[in-house]
Each structure stands twice: as C-alpha cells, then as structure tokens.
Design a binder for this molecule. Structure first.
Ligand SMILES: Cc1ncc(COP(=O)(O)O)c(C=O)c1O
Length: 378
C-alpha cells in the first residue's frame, strides 16, 4: 500500500495527550477549555433535539443561523455577506479548511503557509497534490517579512493561508499587515483562506483585523470561523465559512459530498444563542483575565515570555533552564513534573527549535494555579 500522506505521523497532540493521561499530568497541551459551555446553550441544543430537529439540516446550513452570522459580520465588521449564497455552516473550522483546499487546489498549485502553522493545512494540500510553500516567521515576535512573501508569489501561487490571531504564537496581524497583503494580491487571482477561529480572543484593546474589512481581500477570501473555539464547545465540531458567492458556489459542490451538512440541533441552538451578541463579545475579557492570572503566577519563574495578544495560547521560552530540544524538554516536563505542553518545533519549517513550549490557558483558575506552581519550581 502506498500512503497518500507518507510523512504524517501520530500528531503531537495525541502523543502529549496520551502521556499526560499516563502520568496523571495537568494537561495544558491541546487547545480546549476544561470548563463547560454556557448551560443556556446546552439547554437550547437539548430543546432542539426534543423538538425533533434530529434529521439532516439543509446542505448549506439552516437559514436562521446564516442570517445571524450575516448580522454578526455587519455589526462587527460593517460588511455584507448574503446569507443565501455566501455563508455555509460546516462541521468545525477543520472541515471548512479541508473543503476549501479540496475545492480550489489542483496538482502543482502553490499554497503559501506561514510557519509555525496549525497542523491541518499541509496534509490537505498534499492530498490534493498541491505544493505547500512555507514561510517561516521568526521567534519571538513572529512578524511577517512582506518582502519575503513578495519573493514567494509567482504565477503558480493559487492560495495564501493566513491565521490571525495566530496559533501557536499568540501574535496578531496589524492593519498594516492586512494592507500589505492586499497590495500584494490585488492584481492576481490568488484566493485567501483566512483562518479566524480566534477572532473573539484578542487582548489589550487590540482589534481583530478580519480579511472581510479590506475590500480587495474580501472579494477573494474565505473567512473561516469556529463555534467550538468561541463557545467552549470544541467537541461539537461546529463552524462556518463566508466568501463571495462565486467561490461559495464551488465550495458547496464539494461540501455536499464531503459531509453534506452539519449537526442540525446545534444549528437551531446557535441560531437562537447568537441573537445575544454578549455571548461572543464577553469572550475577550474571560480569556484576558485567564492570561493575566497565569502570567502573574509565573512572573518569578525562570521561563521567559512575551504576553500572548490573542488565542488562548501562551509561549514560554525555557532556554535559561535547559538546552535540551523542545520535544525532550516537553517530555521531561510531563514525566518528571506532571505538566503537559506542546513543543513549538512541530509547527515550524524544518522543525526549527527555539526552545519554546506552548501552553493553553483556557483552563479553570485552579488548573492554571497548579500549573504555575510547577513552572515556578523548575
Ligand atoms: C488555528 C486553528 N484553526 C482551526 C482549528 C480547528 O477548529 P475546529 O475545532 O472548529 O475544527 C484550530 C483548533 O485548534 C486552530 O487552532
């Protein structure tokens, strides 16, 4: 048998998750909350199930939810998406990303990816016989060198994948970054896949720069969002994407044979839940408080850090403590100190190792406190 993904091994999330269990460690590795979703949201799903919404939803998602999403785009970013033709509900952001790539990438098409990157982009490109063009961002700030990006754009460039707020670095793109991107792609046919799953988790008064706010980007972009990340329901695998109708028309051709539709009772619930904008507008302060609590608790440790500006991840630099590589150090942390984190080299080009680990702070205060106590001991 010839593998279609010969380089893909068990992901680091599975490895660290398993080790965390084995060693009864505090698990700050994978990106999910250890607290529950709003009971009201759970009640709404239960109600929808009891009311009989247990069969297939429409392929593109229920219109009531797409209308709420269109309203959210309008309220937050002052942009219009037609809910009939430009918004589709998906089984999480991952499915949207996979389907977008499958819809547009042909053999030998080039897709620019900024590293470190979330791990689902490259396998999807490879399965579609495209070519990932990797641009490494430099630690510790992970700023984009736009001259470098310019040098990598050519007639084969079909897509650029961007992600702000950025997993794993916790950096966010500025308005100037978006302007630079806009200027570079303006006279091309390049499609932008904008992974904005952390749009509501951004700190210190920074504003999320969605591609949809920049007209020459909006006209060529997919915005990808995740209800899992925003509403502490990662296990529900619910999300959506928005794009101009000519792109969404092609997307739906693939989507209908990929999953056909996303979970019906949850769509009914989210359509109701989203009517109250505080449900997503309050997420920033919830996570900013957690970030500040965690960073204050480790301020006297030997780890170095730049506070995360978005996402629920914090990078910690352990170079003062050890010169082991980050995978070894992460393993030592879980086996000897019972604390699990993710080594950043797995997200980088050529596994570049900057002695950084990623910690997820989407956790209860008591979990963060215990983790911080361990970090201060090392
Ligand atoms: C940057 C990024 N994109 C996409 C996803 C996947 O989102 P979902 O769980 O909705 O598929 C994640 C989850 O960790 C992520 O960090």
């Amino acid at each position: 048998m010839t593998s279609k993904l010969p380089e893909v091994k068990t992901t680091i999330f599975t490895v660290m998750g398993k080790l965390a269990k084995e060693y009864s460690a505090i698990n700050l590795s994978q990106g999910f909350p250890d607290f529950d979703a709003d009971p009201k949201l759970i009640e709404l799903v239960t109600k929808a199930m009891k009311n009989g919404y247990n069969q297939y939803a429409p392929m593109q998602g229920i219109i009531e939810l797409r209308e709420q999403i269109a309203k959210k785009f309008d309220d937050l970013y002052n942009v219009t998406y037609n809910p009939e033709t430009e918004i589709t509900i998906t089984a999480g952001a991952t499915q949207a990303i996979f389907t977008i790539i499958s819809t547009f990438i042909h053999q030998d098409d080039e897709v620019i990816i900024f590293k470190p990157a979330y791990d689902c982009y490259e396998p999807a490109i490879e399965l579609n016989k495209g070519k990932s063009i990797l641009i490494q961002l430099e630690a510790p700030n992970y700023n984009v060198d736009w001259n470098k990006v310019k040098q990598h754009i050519n007639s084969k460039t079909k897509m650029i994948i961007i992600n702000t707020p950025h997993n794993p670095s916790g950096s966010v793109w500025s308005k100037q970054d978006m302007n630079q991107l806009e200027a570079l792609v303006k006279d091309t046919n390049i499609i932008i896949l904008s992974d904005e799953v952390y749009e509501h988790i951004i700190f210190d008064e920074q504003l999320h720069q969605s591609v949809c706010m920049f007209p020459h980007l909006k006209e060529r972009s997919f915005v990808v969002a995740s209800f899992g990340k925003t509403f502490h329901t990662t296990g529900w695998k619910m999300g959506y994407c928005a794009a101009p109708s000519k792109f969404m028309h092609e997307f739906r051709k693939v989507h209908q044979f990929n999953v056909f539709c996303a979970n019906h009772p949850m769509q009914i619930a989210f359509a109701e839940y989203l009517k109250n904008p505080n449900t997503y507008l309050n997420i920033n302060s919830l996570y900013q408080e957690k970030r500040d609590f965690f960073l204050d608790a480790i301020k006297d440790s030997r780890f170095k850090f730049i506070p995360s500006i978005g996402t629920y991840f914090q990078l910690l630099d352990y170079s003062v403590i050890s010169n082991e590589n980050d995978i070894e150090f992460a393993q030592k942390l879980v086996k000897e100190y019972r604390l699990a984190a993710i080594p950043i080299s797995v997200f980088n080009s050529n596994q570049i190792d900057n002695n950084m680990l990623r910690f997820c702070f989407a956790k209860k205060k008591e979990t963060l406190k215990r983790a911080a106590e361990i970090l201060c001991e090392i």
